[in-house]
Write a protein that binds this ligand. Structure first.
Ligand SMILES: NC(=O)c1ccc[n+]([C@@H]2O[C@H](COP(=O)([O-])OP(=O)(O)OC[C@H]3O[C@@H](n4cnc5c(N)ncnc54)[C@H](OP(=O)(O)O)[C@@H]3O)[C@@H](O)[C@H]2O)c1
Length: 120
């Protein structure tokens, strides 16, 4: 699951995980649905119409590239032994990943953390 899949980071992420054979769900707004389909995204969710954390589906890996959800919502959308990685979006999301996400990781099998890379 890639939340914020249609931008600069997300479109690379979709193609990289597809190259590993993953079944990929991408979240974007209505205007970018065709872009996500054109790069091989298996399932596309329009965040203006559906909250992917509330539809009952659970994912092995969630990349939070943009958008904001409470950590409890991301936790709910993760499989029991799933991994959540914060990549971008709001500072509040980063703060919550470092605090609540760390707590969830310490107290359960799900892993929640952040990725930080220097752009070049
Ligand atoms: N961790 C790192 O090392 C690292 C490295 C580079 C960048 N970043 C961060 O990653 C983030 C994304 O960068 P980018 O270059 O990909 O930006 P971008 O090209 O502007 O793309 C952002 C995407 O997020 C989508 N989006 C906006 N609101 C959303 C929402 N509520 N729910 C889901 N998706 C939403 C947009 O889709 P629509 O247009 O369809 O709304 C857009 O395609 C930024 O915050 C950036 O600072 C982090």
């Amino acid at each position: 699951m890639i939340n914020g899949a249609s931008g600069g980071v997300g479109t690379f992420a979709v193609q990289i995980v597809k190259s590993f054979g993953a079944d990929v769900t991408g979240v974007c707004s209505t205007r970018n649905i065709d872009i996500l389909r054109s790069i091989g995204t298996d399932h596309v969710i329009d965040y203006t119409k559906e909250d992917f954390t509330a539809n009952g589906k659970k994912y092995d890996l969630i990349l939070a590239v943009n958008g904001h959800y409470p950590m409890t919502a991301y936790k709910r959308a993760l499989k029991t032994d799933g991994t959540f990685i914060h990549v971008g979006g709001s500072g509040a999301q980063l703060f919550q990943t470092m605090t609540l996400g760390t707590w969830f990781s310490l107290t359960g099998r799900q892993k929640m953390s952040s990725l930080l890379q220097r752009q070049n």
